[in-house]
Design a protein around this ligand. Structure first.
Ligand SMILES: [Zn+2]
Length: 249
């Protein structure tokens, strides 16, 4: 049988969420797992102070690891600030989405434009101090954005952002890619099983850009690790591992 040819315009984007000193050992294992398939084409989604008690301190050993990942070619995205939703949602639907879909982690769902801008600017300046270069973009925790957050991203000229179904440039207003992101969940058995089924179905989807996002707890579940490996090896047979910045080029 002939090997499948890689179509040059079919891309794979891989990301690691919740990059925080809280998950130091899980992150090492995830980086090793992804590197075997995509090299340094990894987007690291960094949380400046996960849940308010895991700050990334400039000069700390974790800060130098983030810098090393950046120096080795990984993209660095700001991923919220606290990763926790502490706002009171006035809208009933947002309240439900915030509480039940994300276990209260939709930090950027209920923020006003001003509050979202302030948090983005503070997080960006901290991370840019650490890596010594501009961040590549922003991804909201749980991929949840309120209107205030979307406006703030444009106001802050963030080059790239993504949600569950889209990648876009807040700075230019351009849509950069479309398609569901493959991700895994382990909070309950039902979610775990359905994420395995979704990954198996989506990894061969004929999308121009296939996105794969992993989280630190994934590494604790052998079935998820097998599914991540299978997904990456199936995807790299017909796709080029790429950077998010390649979409905007
Ligand atoms: Zn996250």
């Amino acid at each position: 049988m002939r090997a499948m040819t890689r179509s040059s315009d079919h891309l794979l984007l891989a990301s690691i969420h919740d990059v925080s000193p809280r998950f130091e050992s899980e992150l090492d294992a995830l980086v090793d797992l992804l590197r075997a398939h995509v090299g340094d084409r990894i987007a690291m989604l960094v949380v400046p102070n996960h849940w308010g008690d895991a700050p990334i301190l400039p000069g700390s050993s974790f800060a130098s690891r983030v810098r090393n990942w950046s120096d080795s070619g990984c993209e660095i995205f700001l991923h919220g600030f606290f990763h926790r939703d502490e706002t009171r949602h006035t809208n009933a639907l947002d309240r439900l989405r915030g509480r039940f879909m994300t276990a209260g982690e939709g930090e950027f769902l209920g923020l006003s434009r001003n509050a979202a801008s302030a948090r983005i600017m503070e997080g960006r300046s901290l991370i840019e101090d650490v890596i010594g270069r501009p961040i590549d973009g922003f991804v909201a925790p749980a991929w949840l954005y309120g209107n205030g957050a979307r406006e703030a991203l444009a106001e802050c000229h963030i080059p790239i952002a993504e949600d569950h179904t889209h990648v876009w440039s807040p700075a230019s207003g351009r849509e950069l890619a479309w398609g569901p992101v493959i991700t895994w969940a382990s909070r309950t058995r039902v979610r775990l099983a359905s994420s395995l089924a979704a990954a198996a179905a989506l990894r061969r989807a004929p999308l121009k850009v296939l996105r794969v996002g992993v989280h630190p707890p994934d590494i604790r579940h052998p079935a998820l690790v097998r599914s991540i490996r299978k997904t990456l090896s199936a995807a790299t047979r017909s796709r080029h591992p790429a950077r998010y910045a390649d979409l905007a080029a």
